[in-house]
Ligand binder design. Sequence first.
Ligand SMILES: C=C(OP(=O)(O)O)C(=O)O
Ligand SMILES: [Mg+2]
Length: 401
Amino acid sequence: MTLITDIRLRRVLDSRGNATVEADVLTESGGFGRGKAPSGASTGEYEAIELPAQEAIANARDDALPRLVGEVHAGNQRDVDAALRAADGSDDFSEIGANSAVAISMAAAKAGADVLGAPLFQHLGGTFRGNEYPTPLGNIIGGGEHAADATNIQEFLAAPVGAPSVEDAVFANAAVHQEVHDILAERDLPAGKGDEGAWAPSVSDDEAFEIMEEAVETVADDFGFAITFGLDVAGAELYDDEEDGYVYDDGVKSTEEQIEYIAEKVEEYDLVYVEDPLDENDYEAFADLTDRVGDQTLVCGDDLFVTNVERLEAGIAAGAGNSILIKPNQIGTLTDAVDAIELATRNGYESVVSHRSGETEDTTIAHLAVATDAPFIKTGAVGGERTAKLNELIRIEDNAV
Ligand SMILES: C=C(OP(=O)(O)O)C(=O)O
Ligand SMILES: [Mg+2]
């Protein structure tokens, strides 16, 4: 019933106004699924390769479609993704593009769910999945590669850890976003927004810490549950080989100083989450920091692990981090993303399913997070391409999908 009978690929816009790949998958019994590839700006060195959209589409039409159409069932996600890998032939999807691969992979999953008449999270997670919903980490203040002339740390993320429901958590993050706007106005600090909708004021990282602390405390009092915050340092973007350290506006920190700096911030602000605090090649420094603060906070690898099972295995062996960011387009297929989550779970690592800075209205990651019982999802706080996922989570919780 779910035999793939047609795949249509086209170029559409992402949230930055760049071209991305949209895939439609149709099945024998009338099933339909549509997926769109997101795109990163602070990409990891070891990510799967995104090709220019037109090139990815042309290559996927030539190489992948003949192996899928009339050959593979959309309901068998592992077969779909194995066919994509076989069609590509490389380790990093550099032939058909990880953007074509992930769009087709997600579209096939939705077509499979459509035939079953089940929500995507149930198709992916099965009836025996747990009954947890992820806590959304909301990007509130940001800079780095996502906004010019703003903070050095890429993301200051609200974490509504005490929220009784996804709905409350989503609204709490939006309230923190508004509260920060008010604090910035009081301080006469004009601010535009970065790529993910976070405020991007021209302030020091220290001032951003203070503003976040004030905002989450105010909103926690208003909402009556605990809200803390965390960071995506995007350490690989700060690390400079020639300087042999992390380059901030106010100077360069050695690796030891960077570990000390992050550990102090974890203590001072009770940070619950620290993503990529160190360079993507430095498992040892990740392990040192995890040793120091891993019992107080999540130390998450994004550019470090790139949703890649082999890199995660190396991290587990080294004791690097205690958490992994999961970005399906970083590795190319849903199967690979789920394999990374399962390996993480078996080894006591928490999974944080994530958007990219360049996004679309696609809501697959909301379903993936629920399907796999991921404890966290990182998908912004405001902005249409972000609220598409957040509102979908609210619907999933409300049994309305
Ligand atoms: C979402 C992120 O940004 P990008 O998509 O630019 O890699 C991130 O670094 O976690
Ligand atoms: Mg990151």
